[in-house]
Design a protein around this ligand. Structure first.
Ligand code: KG4
Ligand code: ZN
Length: 360
């Protein structure tokens, strides 16, 4: 049984997992706090994590205790009203140490150390990116979905902070073969959304508007860095070209064409992702695919990814539940389970620190 915590960005999250099963999961999103600033503000994130982390962990443990003692009469009420957190069934504590916002990561790490000391538990340090990679492996408390996994996988991680292509050879064995040299895919969508006056986060609203015009391409914005066999991504040039394109339009025109603009921008980002993934399939010979991270919530991107998988007759994985696309602690707990199996615990807790630019 692992209590896992993630405070890497703008979600305060905790979960209890047993193997790949999630027994309890709580996510307190800060998105409303950051919305008016058009993006995540580190100092606001830090304070919000500090204010909420105790409540999030208490709720997670209480939910877990209730599930654990379902058979006992009146136990639900007793646990709900109890101020005493019972850690006796928790074996380890898992914590995200990077990559992410330093002030945000610090809050979770401090709390993990505090709990580990108080309850005498070992800590498992997890890379946030390996958490995302494990999101298709997460099961609900009943052990669903049941999937046969066939390593190796080619994993495309697309979130607000990261875009990379990774060979997932086997458990805990990753090789990064491509990454963004500037903006992440989600960040590009967020910036386009801001330029269109659609607010933060941009991904979901752009998805909705694009769908209304059948995800068609009207303006053919550039697909960056698709020539050659380079597997790195770059989205800042696309953003600049979009910016100058919008500059030539007046406000009325922009609003009239908002769906066409959203759809064309989204298409440029997604086609680039698909072209690069196909290049990676050809280069590595790996046909089994996984799409993870916040942008993997997008149904149109999933459709394109599924088509790619079908073309090469490979297995295609997505995060097993919607809440696993964005940031959460369940995926961190499942990654930690595989580390615990190999005794990969933190040996010196005093030295445990955040690594904001942590690599895989
Ligand atoms: O994984 P995540 O919650 O946080 C990071 O670790 O960065 O990803 C957030 C990103 C944001 O850029 C957001 O716009 C994008 O995921 N996103 C989407 C959708 N839902 C969230 N992008 C496209 N379509 C969506 N439905
Ligand atoms: Zn993330």
């Amino acid at each position: 049984m692992i209590l896992s915590i993630d405070t890497s960005c703008d979600e305060t999250a905790a979960a209890v997992v047993s193997g790949r099963r999630v027994l309890s999961n709580v996510i307190y999103s800060q998105v409303l706090l950051h919305k008016k600033w058009g993006g995540v503000v580190p100092s606001i994130a830090k304070r919000a994590h500090e204010e909420r982390i105790d409540w999030v962990i208490e709720e997670t443990i209480k939910k877990f205790q209730i599930l654990n003692s379902k058979s006992q009469k009146n136990s639900k009420l007793k646990i709900k009203n109890s101020k005493h957190l019972d850690f006796k069934h928790i074996n380890y504590i898992a914590i995200t140490i990077g990559p992410g916002l330093a002030p945000a990561l610090e809050v979770g790490i401090k709390k993990a150390k505090e709990l580990a000391e108080k309850f005498n538990k070992k800590i498992i340090a997890v890379n946030h990116l390996e958490g995302h990679i494990y999101s298709p492996f997460v099961q609900n408390s009943k052990g669903n979905p049941k999937i046969d996994f066939h390593f190796p996988y080619l994993v495309l991680t697309v979130s607000g902070g990261h875009t990379n292509l990774v060979i997932f050879e086997d458990h805990l064995n990753y090789k990064v073969i491509g990454e963004t040299i500037d903006d992440a895919a989600g960040e590009a969508l967020d910036k386009a959304s801001k330029l269109l006056g659609l607010g933060y986060p941009g991904g979901p609203v752009i998805e909705r508007l694009a769908k209304e015009v059948d995800n068609r391409d009207f303006y053919h914005f550039p697909r960056p860095m698709i020539s050659g066999d380079n597997l790195n991504f770059s989205f800042s040039g696309l953003k600049t070209s979009f910016y100058y394109f919008l500059k030539k339009m007046n406000e009325k025109e922009k609003i009239r064409k908002i769906k066409e603009l959203s759809s064309s921008f989204q298409k440029a980002v997604f086609e680039t992702l698909i072209i690069k993934t196909e290049k990676a399939i050809k280069k590595t010979g790996i046909k089994n695919l996984a799409l993870v991270g916040g942008v993997s919530a997008n149904f149109y991107l999933r459709k394109l990814f599924r088509q790619l998988g079908k073309k090469y007759k490979g297995q295609v994985l997505f995060p097993s539940f919607k809440y696993l696309t964005g940031d959460n602690a369940a995926m961190i707990g499942v990654a930690a389970f595989f580390k615990a199996k190999r005794n990969l615990f933190v040996s010196d807790m005093q030295k445990l620190d955040r690594i904001p630019r942590m690599k895989l």
